[in-house]
Ligand binder design. Structure first.
Ligand SMILES: Cc1cc2nc3c(=O)[nH]c(=O)nc-3n(C[C@H](O)[C@H](O)[C@H](O)COP(=O)(O)O)c2cc1C
Length: 146
């Protein structure tokens, strides 16, 4: 089971992913960092950064540009099996919207949304859900995930 995630300097997503305990790779934060290229099917964990634009009526860009760049690589995109999005419920209908956009564009299921760094219950639900559905999602289960 591979988790690929993006996390900004506040590192909420990083802390959530670390609690999951699955092998994980991070999409680089800075443009000059070497791009990440994955070699096995993965679940993407992505925070939302639209700023609640659909409430304010502005132009919404909920998916971080670093994640768009990563998914613009057709090889990386071909290995994406599911998306989990982070956010903040203060953003109302835009809560976790990055997951809706990635799911629609890449045609993968949006399997879970959570707030900030996630609760213990979020962690348990995602751990159990991914293990139970790994085969159906086309994810590899190895010893580290058992
Ligand atoms: C500028 C900014 C815009 C945000 N826009 C949204 C949003 O539209 N919807 C949402 O659910 N969360 C939004 N958030 C909340 C982040 O998704 C949340 O804080 C997340 O945990 C950040 O993860 P990170 O620390 O790993 O980058 C926004 C946060 C910031 C700082």
């Amino acid at each position: 089971m591979l988790i690929v995630y993006f996390s900004s300097a506040t590192e909420n997503t990083k802390r959530f992913v670390e609690k999951l305990g699955f092998p994980a790779e991070r999409i680089p934060l800075r443009k000059n960092d070497a791009p990440l290229r994955v070699e096995e099917p993965y679940v993407l964990v992505c925070p939302t950064y639209g700023g609640g634009a659909s409430i304010s009526g502005g132009n919404t860009r909920p998916v971080p540009s670093q994640v768009i760049r990563f998914l613009n690589d057709a090889h990386n995109r071909s290995l994406l099996r599911a998306v989990i999005a982070g956010g903040n419920s203060n953003f109302g209908t835009d809560f976790g919207k990055a997951g809706d956009v990635i799911s629609a564009k890449c045609q993968v299921p949006y399997v879970y949304r959570y707030e900030l760094l996630g609760t213990e219950e979020d962690v348990r639900i995602v751990q159990e859900g991914l293990k139970a559905n790994a085969e159906e999602l086309g994810l590899y289960m190895d010893k580290e995930c058992a």
